[in-house]
Design a protein around this ligand. Structure first.
Ligand code: GLA
Length: 387
C-alpha cells in the first residue's frame, strides 16, 4: 500500500484534526550469517531489507492512545491507565512495550493516533516485530522531540521485547532495522556494539529469501530454551575459564570441557563459537568479493544450526537441500530464530526464474507446502517519510 492510500485510510479511520500527520518507516532484516550469537555476545551479519513497516502517527489532545494496523483486525483504544496492560499473543504488545520503555524513563507518552501497515511476511523470521518496535520508537522520539540517539532507541526496542513481550532476544533485529545502509551488511559485535558497515558487491548474484510457510510453533518458548541452554553452557565454562560470554570461548576450550558440558550443551556452545568465527571470516570474504567462499560459509552455518543448535526443522532442511541442488546457487541457510520461517539463498541472478520454478515444485512435492519467494536488496534503516 502506498503512502497516499495509507493516508486516506488514516483519515477515514481517525477523522480530521488540526495536528500534523507524520509518517515513519522501519524495515525488516535478513541475517546472512551468525544466528543465536547476539545474546551470546557474538558477531552477527544482518542487513536491512526493502520490506518493512510504515507508521502514520498524529498527536491527540486527550490522553487516549489509539492503535490500528492494516495487517491485523484488532483496533485498540487505550486510556492512559490501560497502557501497561499486555494482550496474549498480540501485535499491539510491540508498540505498547515501546511506549512502556518511554514511561519507564519518566516520559509520559499519551495522546496518539497510530496506524501501522507492513509488507514483511509475519512470523517468518524477517523481524516484522522488530520493525514495529523500531518504527514506534523513532516516531515517538521525533514527535515528542525527545532527542534520544538511534542506539538508545534500538536498546529500548530490544528491552520492549525482553521485558514486555517476554522474549529474551538479542539486539540484532532492532539494530539492523534502525541502522541499515543500502548496499551494506552490518558486522555487529553484540558484545561491544561496535559495528562495521561492510559494502557488498553482488555483481551477477542476488540474495533471495524463500519463505517455507511452515507455521512457527512454540517459537518463543524454544527460543527462550536456547537462551537458557547457552547460559548454562557459559556457567560450566566460567567455573574454570575467564570468559564473559560464550562467544569469547575458543573451540579448544570447549573441547577441554566437553565432558563437564555434556553432549547437548557442548553442541550448543560449539554452534555459537563457530558462527561467531564464521562472521569474522565472512566479512573478510565480502571485502574481497569472494562470494563462492561466502556461500560455503552459509552452507556450513545451516549444518551447525541443524545439528548443533537444533533450530532447523525437517521442512527447512528440505528447502535448503532442494535450493542447493539448483543451478547457480552458492549457498543457502535458514535465517533468524528458526523453528520454521525463511531460508536465504545466494544465487546467480540469471538463474532466479528457473530456481523459483523448480524449487516451488520440488518443495511442494516433498513437503506439501507452497514456498514464497522474495528477492531482496540490502536496504536503508529506519527513517521519516513525507506523509
Ligand atoms: C531472533 C532474535 C534475534 C536473534 C535471532 C537469531 O530474530 O530476535 O535477537 O537472536 O533470532 O539469530
Amino acid at each position: 500500500m502506498n503512502i497516499q492510500e495509507l493516508n486516506e485510510h488514516f483519515q477515514h479511520h481517525y477523522g480530521d484534526s488540526a495536528e500534523a500527520l507524520r509518517a515513519f518507516y522501519a524495515p525488516g532484516r535478513v541475517n546472512l550469517l551468525g544466528d543465536h550469537t547476539d545474546y551470546n555476545g557474538g558477531l552477527v551479519l544482518p542487513s536491512a531489507i526493502d520490506y518493512g513497516t510504515t507508521l502514520l502517527v498524529r498527536r491527540r489532545s486527550d490522553k487516549v492512545v489509539k492503535l490500528a494496523s492494516r495487517n491485523f483486525n484488532l483496533v485498540a483504544f487505550l486510556s492512559a491507565g490501560e497502557l501497561q496492560q499486555k494482550y496474549a499473543d498480540h501485535w499491539i504488545n510491540y508498540p505498547l512495550g515501546v511506549i512502556d520503555q518511554f514511561r519507564q524513563r519518566g516520559i509520559d507518552i499519551a495522546g496518539l493516533d497510530l496506524l501501522y501497515s507492513g509488507d514483511i511476511p509475519n512470523g517468518a523470521g524477517l523481524s516484522s516485530s522488530a520493525s514495529v518496535e523500531v518504527v514506534t520508537a523513532f516516531a515517538i522520539n521525533s514527535l515528542f522531540e525527545l532527542g534520544l540517539d538511534a542506539l538508545t532507541l534500538v536498546q529500548m526496542a530490544q528491552a520492549a521485547e525482553n521485558d514486555f513481550v517476554g522474549v529474551n532476544c538479542g539486539i540484532m533485529d532492532q539494530y539492523a532495522s534502525a541502522m541499515g545502509q543500502v548496499g551494506h551488511v552490518m558486522k555487529l559485535d553484540c558484545g561491544s556494539l561496535a559495528c562495521e558497515q561492510v559494502p557488498v558487491e553482488l555483481g551477477d548474484f542476488s540474495f533471495l529469501i524463500v519463505n517455507s510457510n511452515q507455521r512457527r510453533e512454540l517459537t518463543e518458548s524454544k527460543y527462550n530454551e536456547r537462551f537458557s541452554e547457552s547460559r548454562a553452557a557459559l556457567d560450566v565454562l566460567q567455573q574454570s575459564e575467564s570468559v564473559e560470554t560464550l562467544a569469547q570461548a575458543t573451540l579448544e576450550q570447549l573441547q577441554t570441557h566437553q565432558e563437564a558440558l555434556g553432549d547437548m550443551l557442548y553442541r550448543r556452545a560449539r554452534h555459537v563459537v563457530s558462527e561467531h568465527n564464521a562472521v569474522k571470516k565472512a566479512a573478510e570474504l565480502l571485502r574481497n568479493n569472494d562470494l563462492v567462499q561466502f556461500g560455503a560459509l552459509m552452507d556450513q552455518s545451516h549444518v551447525s544450526m541443524r545439528d548443533d543448535y537444533e533450530t532447523s526443522t525437517s521442512v527447512l532442511d528440505a528447502l535448503v537441500d532442494i535450493s542447493r541442488r539448483q543451478m547457480g546457487v552458492l549457498g543457502a541457510r535458514l535465517t533468524g530464530a528458526g523453528f520454521g520461517g525463511c531460508v536465504v539463498v545466494l544465487i546467480e541472478s540469471a538463474e532466479l526464474p528457473e530456481f523459483q520454478k523448480f524449487v516451488a515444485q520440488e518443495y511442494k512435492d516433498s513437503t506439501g507446502l507452497s514456498a514464497d519467494f522474495y528477492p531482496v536488496s540490502l536496504a536503508d534503516g529506519a527513517r521519516e517519510l513525507s506523509a
